[in-house]
Unconditional design. Structure first.
Ligand code: HEC
Length: 91
């Protein structure tokens, strides 16, 4: 029985590690990223970001200029949040 719980924990842990956590991305974005630009910056016709790779670079660029101490996972979560909410790039 004890082992069973351990396996379940491991499975949940691995799933969390693989899938980006959109809710975390939403929270981080809301707390840190809404000061300079509103959501229209992601949806305007002449937006700069045209690929998923570029989105990652841009998120890192804005994050670094704010000197936020985010883990790579946090960056991934925010990228995933922005992609699913606004950009809709294919992987
Ligand atoms: C200090 C001000 C500032 C903050 C805070 C900020 N950004 Fe930015 N961001 C900018 C500027 C300036 C641009 C370029 C806007 C333009 O091209 O008109 C930009 C553009 C972007 C774009 C590209 C939009 C496009 O054209 O497709 C993304 C994505 C982005 N920011 C993500 C973020 C994220 C994620 C955060 C939080 C970590 C964040 N920004 C916080 C200043 C900021």
């Amino acid at each position: 029985m004890k082992n069973c719980k351990l396996v379940l924990f491991a499975v949940v842990f691995v799933m969390r590690a693989e899938a980006a956590d959109i809710e975390n991305g939403d929270d981080l974005h809301f707390e840190n990223c809404t000061g300079c630009h509103q959501e229209s910056v992601y949806t305007r016709d002449e937006r700069n970001v045209r690929t998923l790779e570029r989105l990652g670079l841009q998120v890192r660029f804005c994050k670094d200029s704010l000197e936020l101490a985010w883990f790579d996972e946090d960056v991934d979560d925010v990228v995933e949040y922005l992609n699913q909410t606004y950009y809709h790039f294919q992987q």
